[in-house]
Design a protein. Structure first.
Length: 77
């Protein structure tokens, strides 16, 4: 799972079960509307994370962020 951009992951429109089959379970809570997958981590703690957002149990959007520290899946923070 170490590809460079969100476009490399063809998950748009997939159900949660299909995403699990494609990318694995990870540490995601199944009923959650936002799942994340850690793509890479540097030795000083910068992580590259793929976020997958669901609407009506289908992938609505996906994006990649570089994060230092805790991964926050709350949209409002």
């Amino acid at each position: 799972m170490r590809k460079k951009d969100a476009q490399s992951y063809h998950v748009m429109g997939m159900t949660k079960k299909e995403v699990q089959e494609e990318l694995g379970n990870g540490l995601n809570f199944y009923p959650a509307d936002v799942w994340h997958y850690e793509l890479s981590k540097t030795w000083w703690g910068i992580r590259t994370v793929l976020f997958v957002e669901f609407e009506n149990d289908r992938v609505n959007s996906k994006y990649i962020r570089r994060i230092v520290g805790k991964i926050n899946t709350d949209k409002h923070k």
